[in-house]
Design a protein around this ligand. Structure first.
Ligand code: ATP
Length: 265
């Protein structure tokens, strides 16, 4: 079937201009979650850059156990890497930049980042990114970069997300090659991964892409909600929130939801 061939291991690796990223591809037409398979593969010692890719996911999750809808037509991949522990905070930055860069390169659409892990086009969420790592003491056993992109999905068919989501095909009015997109994504991801020792430039580019800096936001962390000005981000990726009483609060990406108060009135 054409849809499946588009994402077959050979279709992805043939002539792929990377050293390791995406050179080993495990493709499944349908999986509950690429993250779960990638985790098992990583624990079994899969090569750095191994990619688990699914035509669709039936039980995908986002952060905080939230559901991530990934029907056929979307791109669902998990990438296995073995980074040094000092690089962990930057993985979300390189993954986000690779998603934005590959979307722009393949479609010409401008994408923006919503801290900490969303990619937006014209305000609609087009991609979600999830980083999960196995860490023991100060040793990283593995990290998995999970990326879901709404590529050829008619968002109107999914009422649960239609108010907040968008897709590349909805934005463009034509289908987009998932093969081309994933190949470009892997090239950009490897470039950025290899550039991690010069982390400053990555941070700067990531910060530059963030929407909401300078805006009034609400941040929910567990039971606690803070409101204030999203003043800046720190070098480790945490958000610096200026509370109404003047305090500057540092918010880690881990367990928070961010809402734009300017938009919601
Ligand atoms: P947010 O802060 O945007 O509410 P989050 O970053 O806390 O979300 P994620 O893990 O990024 O959570 O994504 C899960 C959320 O994204 C779900 O709660 C749902 O609202 C939304 N969602 C689920 N599937 C999709 C999809 N395919 N496209 C866009 N949004 C989706």
């Amino acid at each position: 079937m054409a849809m499946e061939n588009e994402l077959s291991p050979l279709a992805i690796t043939d002539g792929l201009a990377t050293r390791f990223m995406g050179q080993n591809v495990l493709y499944y037409p349908s999986l509950p979650s690429t993250m779960e398979v990638a985790k098992k593969e990583a624990q079994g010692g899969a090569a750095q850059g191994t990619v688990v890719i699914a035509g669709e996911q039936t039980a995908a999750r986002g952060r905080l156990g939230r559901a991530w809808l990934s029907p056929e037509g979307g791109l669902s991949i998990s990438v296995i890497i073995y980074p040094e522990i000092t690089y962990l905070p930057y993985l979300i930055m390189i993954a986000s930049l690779a998603v934005v860069g590959s979307i722009e390169a393949v479609t010409g659409l401008k994408a923006q980042l919503k801290w900490p892990n969303d990619v937006l086009i014209h305000g609609g969420k087009v991609s979600g990114i999830l980083i999960e790592s196995g860490v023991r003491g100060d040793v990283v056993d593995y990290s998995i970069i999970g990326i879901g992109i709404n590529v050829n999905i008619r968002i109107a068919d999914f009422p649960g997300i239609s108010a907040i989501a968008t897709s590349l095909s909805d934005e463009l009015g034509v289908r987009v090659s998932r093969r081309e997109l994933v190949r470009r994504l892997l090239v950009e991801l490897e470039e950025l991964y290899l550039a991690l020792p010069e982390g400053k430039a990555i941070f700067k580019e990531w910060r530059h892409r963030l929407v909401m800096l300078g805006k009034k936001v609400s941040v929910k962390s567990g039971e606690t909600a803070y409101q204030g000005l999203a003043e800046d981000v720190a070098g480790d990726g945490s958000l610096l929130l200026r509370h109404q009483d003047g305090r500057l609060i540092r918010v880690l990406a881990g367990d928070v939801s961010l809402r734009d108060l300017d938009d919601s009135g």
